[in-house]
Design a binder for this molecule. Sequence first.
Ligand code: TXA
Ligand code: MG
Length: 318
Amino acid sequence: MNDIIVPATKENIAKAAEIIKAGRLVAFPTETVYGLGANALDPDAVKRIYAAKGRPPDNPLILHVSGIRDAAKYGEIDEWSEALMQQFWPGPLTVVLYSLDCVPLIARGGLDTVALRMPRSSVALELIRMSGLPLAGPSANRSGRPSPTTALAVLDELAGAVDMILDDGPTTVGVESTVVDATTPTVSVLRPGNVTIEDLRRVVDVTDELCPQNEYMSPGTRYRHYAPLLPLILWDGEEASLRELIDGLRWCYMGLAHPPAGAEKAKVFTSIGEYARELYTTLRELENCGADVIVAELPQALGIGVAVKDRLLRAAGR
Ligand code: TXA
Ligand code: MG
């Protein structure tokens, strides 16, 4: 075993907090995916994140905070954004607000806004509290790769670039947080996640579509994302079309429907929640299965299916 991955005990979280305070990097669990954490207020520490991930400098980071009062130190909270935080924090919702000046420009990709999230994971919260700092925390993968949902996946992605990986087992949600632009009273969804548009509508006004300015508003969505090593082919569930898609190729499969015979390896999920939770782990497994392509079934865009579909489309380069 390596000594970078350590169990997320109180003692190790305290050590991790010292590493953060010293301006270095710790990978930490959240309920969505593992994050690559650094002191968000230290530009040099934030630079290390961009370097470790190979991340474009104009793609801003999420600041992980310990609650609404903590958030108020970094962003301008309005009535509607406070309502969102009250309802969905701690949890998989990231709220984009106008930034206060204390947040270094490098952490927000040069924008006048800042993304804030209070995670539900007790390990993440303990790390924020013990370090006494907001944690800049992108997903702990190399830029463009699937997000890690286990400590081992973090090691595969970032060995040598991270000082400690706090292991708290596989994450429970599996896809990254919902990101909303809450700089206006009618909010828009920049990235779909486990908190759905329907959930948000119970609390605030939400624009109908995924943000029409998605590309501009959430710089991260501009780049290819979540891509496995093998080409990813998306299947709409029609057997005939699958036969055409994989004509002559060795293929492996993941989805909710049982695939026709012939896959090198197949992962069939029993629910859309399981598809979300195991999406990235399965992509990582299948990219090493010796086939030519991965076929993934596109789920219906309902509930967390919206997020799974979004990630699959991006992973396929659409
Ligand atoms: O679940 C999650 O959100 C995970 C865990 C670790 O918390 N983090 C995560 O971070 O997915 P990252 O960096 O991989 O994705 C953050 C997304 C990117 O699409 C980024 O462009 C967007 O949030 N974002 C960050 N700050 C923004 C801002 N000020 N305005 C618009 N979008 C922003
Ligand atoms: Mg990411």
